[in-house]
Design a protein around this ligand. Structure first.
Ligand SMILES: [Mn+2]
Length: 297
């Protein structure tokens, strides 16, 4: 696995702090786009994030440190899927992630459409059988298939549910789903924090704490940027109203840290860069660095 140098790696950092061997954190790009249903462009997500990340500051005032120089962040060359799609594409990603986990790296996988997340989740689950999943999304992605494809971005969590205990899945921000999905959630005890329930005050003022309380101690996070409100995240395939803002979201990661729980892996998907909404790329790059800052001791 070759790494990208300062002219294109995450945060634009020198070799000393971005070579694979000495870096704890590894950014793996999976620019997979095959089953897009509404807006396209998710395949450009990783490149957009990496480009914008050059403008993210190394220093984080909250943790008072430069995490990238403390731990090292390596950026791997993007996966070339060739003609591979669906299950075959997922296998490539899972092998790469597993290899990095074998080296005890903290892996951040960048999509691409949400389909890809099944792979890093499977790889992390093999290493951390006690983990739970924290899933940020406007959609629950629990349709058994969508447009005749079981490996659709709209079905990724249905694939995960085939090998992962559903009562250890916590979904946040859901606001667009079909009835079949809502039935699946009830029957299989998926913990779903619907956007409407949060806004109606069902969880009180500190809804973020309720999310954290429902999580186990070891957490894998999959983050679809369409969880955010379209006002701050227009650059995504299916932007849905009644979304969430940046700070109220970071609060969840603050509370995870405070509770002594641990994020052990992350993927960020569905950014579809747009020249009219450049801030979305930067928002996503900052989100990733902030989560890393709050998750890694
Ligand atoms: Mn989504």
């Amino acid at each position: 696995m070759n790494t990208i140098d300062i002219n294109g790696n995450f945060l634009a950092i020198e070799e000393e702090f971005s070579n694979l061997e000495n870096s704890l954190i590894v950014i793996l790009s999976a620019p997979y786009e095959h089953t897009v249903s509404y807006g396209n462009g998710a395949g450009g997500g990783p490149a957009g994030i990496l480009e914008a990340s050059a403008y993210v500051e190394f220093y984080d005032d909250e943790t008072d440190r430069e995490l990238c120089f403390e731990k090292g962040i390596a950026t791997i060359e993007p996966i070339d899927f060739g003609e591979k799609v669906d299950k075959d594409a997922l296998e490539i990603i899972q092998q790469r992630v597993a290899k990095l986990l074998d080296k005890d790296k903290f892996v951040v996988t960048l999509g691409g459409e949400h389909t890809i997340s099944t792979a890093p989740i499977a790889a992390h689950y093999n290493k951390y059988p006690e983990m739970c999943i924290l899933h940020f999304d406007a959609h629950s992605d629990l349709r058994d298939s969508y447009l005749d494809n079981k490996y659709s971005h709209a079905s990724f969590m249905a694939r995960v549910a085939e090998f992962f205990p559903t009562d250890k899945i916590v979904q946040v921000g859901i606001r667009a789903q079909c009835k079949e999905e809502s039935i699946f959630i009830k029957e299989n005890n998926v913990k779903t924090f619907y956007a409407s329930a949060i806004r109606r005050g069902i969880y009180g003022n500190d809804w973020q704490q309720k999310v954290v309380d429902s999580l186990g101690d070891i957490i894998y996070c999959t983050f679809d940027v369409d969880y955010f409100d379209p006002s701050i995240m227009a650059a995504t395939g299916t932007p849905e109203p009644e979304g969430f803002l940046y700070s109220e979201t970071i609060d969840i990661f603050r509370k995870i840290k405070k509770a002594g729980k641990k994020i052990i892996g992350l993927d960020v998907v569905e950014l579809a860069p747009s020249e009219y909404h450049k801030h979305c790329d930067l928002t996503t790059a900052r989100l990733i660095y902030k989560i890393l800052n709050l998750s890694i001791d």
